[in-house]
Design a protein around this ligand. Structure first.
Ligand code: NAD
Length: 388
């Protein structure tokens, strides 16, 4: 028997991605997995039903997708889609596999609701950052798109252009862009801002990224701070205390004052994003300057950020974009689908589910199984009575 992978249409407001592209369905067919897609699921990403059908994929209603598939793949499962996603809970069944983003470190109630269905839930955010898992690392793929899109938002909002121009009408000096946090999104933001001709500098808590910043043609900002390397393991930053963040803000004030654009990306897994830019620091920037806060959905790196909104404060524009990857749904879906195909190959064998709990990638990304929240980091956070 061959298992079927189901792709429901995304229901989060404004979400334009689709979990599998038509081409990725071909790769799954080679792994002996059939696919059923909800009608219209790929349309906003540029993949009409006919493109799936050409590759032998069945198109069906949402209820049929959930009923027919042994494995459901989504960009946003209920934890990352807590209002509209709730109606999917009643469509899930015991033993069915669910894969997708789900904010598992914070969405305790949703973890519990999925566990109660008996479904086996893998959260893409929890795929460990080991070399073997790189091709499944959806967090990194989506962060790359986010970094690129953040720069485009900044460029469009800034009353200046980014590049230097020498024209008969005079010389235009290049825009100054500062990137705070040079992880996956930050590095992509540096590369994008450089391509547009800005003068770019960047800062990260992890001193290990200095070389990467410089290799992209940006200046590494050195602050007189003891970070102890800043690495909390797995490529993530370690959480610092409030005294550290206070000192960091003091030192950043002068750097930020001179910028036309600040793009903030700083995050610490499972925690609220650290405040790197206070209202006072933003107010010191020249009118017309722009801050794009990629961490907006995780609480924001700027005190003035409002997630999903653009705030103009004293002439400074603070953009708190929601769901940046969905702004480029074609390529975001293409990358995400590739990540999912690689993950599906890991958890199936000869076209049927084969979950090997001895595998580190499986163990670390598995949230629920057999009616329980099984992830060791998540069990204590679940509300009482969440497990059967
Ligand atoms: P992230 O989204 O968790 O954080 C973004 C950046 O913010 C990080 O670089 C972090 O150091 C930085 N940051 C946190 N607090 C800060 C502060 N107070 N001031 C300044 N910067 C701060 O991280 P991410 O982008 O998902 O990943 C970070 C790194 O992990 C990558 O650059 C990469 O080196 C590594 N990584 C490794 C693998 C792998 O080996 N398979 C996969 C992906 C990423």
């Amino acid at each position: 028997m061959t298992a079927t992978v189901g792709v429901p249409k995304e229901t989060f407001p404004g979400e334009r991605r689709v979990a599998l592209t038509p081409k990725s369905c071909e790769a799954l067919a080679k792994a002996r997995l059939a696919v059923v897609v909800e009608s219209g699921a790929g349309l906003e990403a540029g993949f009409p039903d006919t493109e799936y059908e050409k590759r032998g994929v069945k198109i069906a209603s949402r209820a049929e997708v959930f009923a027919r598939a042994e494995i459901i793949v989504q960009a946003r499962t209920v934890g990352a889609n807590p209002v509209e996603g709730l109606s999917d809970i009643s469509l899930l069944r015991s033993g069915q596999i669910l894969i997708g983003f789900g904010d598992p470190l914070t969405a305790a109630a949703e973890n519990a609701a999925v566990a109660a269905t008996g479904a086996t839930f893998f959260a893409t955010e929890l795929v460990p950052r080991i070399t073997r898992a790189q091709a499944m690392d959806a967090l990194s793929s989506m962060a790359s798109i986010a970094g690129y899109e953040a720069v485009l938002l900044a460029a469009a909002a800034l009353p200046k252009i980014f590049p230097m121009m020498m024209t008969a009408a005079g010389t235009i000096t290049p825009a100054k862009v500062l990137i705070l946090g040079a992880g996956v999104a930050g590095l992509q933001a540096i590369a994008t801002a450089r391509r547009l001709g800005a003068v770019v500098s960047a800062y990260d808590l992890r001193s290990a990224v200095k070389e990467q910043i410089e290799s992209l043609g940006a200046k590494f900002v050195v602050l007189d701070l003891d970070t102890g390397g800043g690495d909390g393991g797995g490529g993530y930053a370690k959480a610092m205390d409030e005294a550290f963040y206070r000192r960091q803000r003091e030192l950043l004030t002068e750097v930020i004052r001179e910028q036309d654009v600040v793009i903030t990306t700083a995050a610490v897994p499972g925690r609220k994003a650290p405040i790197l830019v206070t209202a006072q620091m933003a107010e010191a920037m020249a009118p017309g300057s722009v801050i794009v806060d990629i961490a907006a959905e995780r609480g924001g790196n700027c005190e003035l950020t409002r997630a999903g909104e653009t705030v103009v404060h004293n002439g400074i524009t603070i953009i708190g974009p929601a769901n940046l990857p969905s702004r480029a749904p074609f390529h975001a879906s293409q990358m995400y689908a590739t990540n999912l195909v690689n993950f599906l190959k890991l958890i199936t064998k000869d076209g049927v589910p084969a979950i090997n709990m001895d595998d580190e990638i499986v163990r670390e990304s598995l949230v629920t199984k057999d009616g329980q929240i099984v992830h060791p980091k998540l069990r204590p956070a679940a509300p009482e009575g969440s497990s059967k």
